[in-house]
Design a protein around this ligand. Structure first.
Ligand code: GDP
Ligand code: MG
Length: 316
């Protein structure tokens, strides 16, 4: 008779949410670990608008499935509230949480006001408080910006008073300092399990989504004030054309007002052209193929406050 024995996993695997306020370096951290620019990252808050899965395999060791998330912050705007919901909801499905803070921000808040919990940190902490049996790592990011490392102490002291962290680790996501140590610490907390995703899968995001994000990133980088937040990008066509050995992409940049359309296009189309050239370069790098990119600008009056549009663009 054959014995039906369960195979014991020799690897560790799990889901890890990366959460924190906007602009603390969540997407930069995930990209650095993956070694691929999967999530767009800019110096403007609310760059990330979705939960983005990034899978990293460590042969013989296991697999970490990161969830990059939008920044948690307070806002009266419908789009922003939807983004925060996406971030908070992602905490429900994970084995571990990395809570990122920007130490440069915390340090200056501490020096000015004697309080290191800058901005909406209380909101992030509140979201973490709801977690049961999910370990949390405090990741002190952007240490490269600190001349005086002693200011880390009050930051750690204040945060650890509010939340029971399994570990506390200073890193620089941008420069990669201490990121390997962070990965080791993450592995130490993950359950013994088989890999959850195939070895060749780095994300569950569709190619169309990734292409749209590269366009939105360049709009965010190349525009100012309210424009970066008034833009949604839709890919109307994404076609791999083997005969030509290229991918043909048509992207529509939706803005909320006529005046914004003119700004995106720029004088004689110069800004739109620049957006296209840069986004195409990102796509070619990511997809490893030549890309032909067409861009259009359309006005979708007040989309960021409209539930149907938010749904259509994938934010609700
Ligand atoms: N100096 C420094 N800048 C960083 C670091 N990590 C991220 N940044 C910058 O912070 C900004 C926000 O990064 P991003 O990853 O988009 O933050 P997110 O909104 O939390 O995803 C970008 O300009 C990054 O280059 C870091 O470790 N050091
Ligand atoms: Mg981000």
């Amino acid at each position: 008779m054959e014995v039906n024995h369960m195979e014991e996993p020799e690897t560790r695997s799990g889901f890890v949410a990366i959460v924190g306020q906007p602009n603390v370096g969540k997407s930069t951290l995930m990209n650095h670990i993956l070694g691929v620019k999967l999530a767009i990252a800019t110096n403007k808050p609310q760059t990330t608008r979705n939960r983005i899965l990034g899978v990293k395999n460590y042969p013989g060791k296991g697999q970490i499935a990161f969830l990059d998330t939008p920044g948690i912050h307070s806002s009266k705007k419908r789009l922003n509230q939807a983004l925060v919901r996406i971030a908070v909801d992602s905490l429900q499905e994970v084995d571990l949480v990395c809570h990122l803070v920007d130490v440069a921000h915390c340090a200056s808040a501490f020096q000015k006001e004697g309080d290191a919990l800058a901005g909406d940190e209380a909101m992030v902490l509140e979201a973490l408080q709801g977690l049961e049996n999910v370990p949390c790592i405090l990741v002190l990011n952007k240490i490269d910006l600190l001349k005086d490392k002693s200011v880390l102490l009050p930051i750690i002291e204040q945060l650890t008073q509010k939340q029971a962290y399994a570990h506390v680790l200073p890193v620089s996501a941008l420069q990669g300092d201490q990121v390997d140590s962070l990965v080791d610490v993450i592995f130490g907390e993950l359950p013994a399990d088989f890999p959850m995703f195939p070895q060749d899968m780095i994300t569950d995001q569709a190619e169309r989504f990734i292409a749209s994000e590269f366009v939105r990133e360049q709009v965010m980088v190349l525009t100012k004030k309210e424009i970066p937040y008034s833009v949604a990008v839709e890919i109307e066509r994404f076609e791999d054309v083997p005969r030509k050995d290229l991918i043909e992409v048509s992207a529509v940049i939706h803005v909320e007002r006529d005046s914004q359309k003119g700004i995106i296009i720029g004088s004689k189309g110069s800004r739109l052209k620049q957006i296209g050239v840069r986004a195409r370069a990102q796509m070619e790098q990511f997809f490893g193929k030549k890309v032909y990119l067409e861009t259009f600008v359309r006005v979708q009056q007040g989309w960021s406050e409209d539930p149907r549009s938010l749904h259509r663009f994938g934010y609700e």
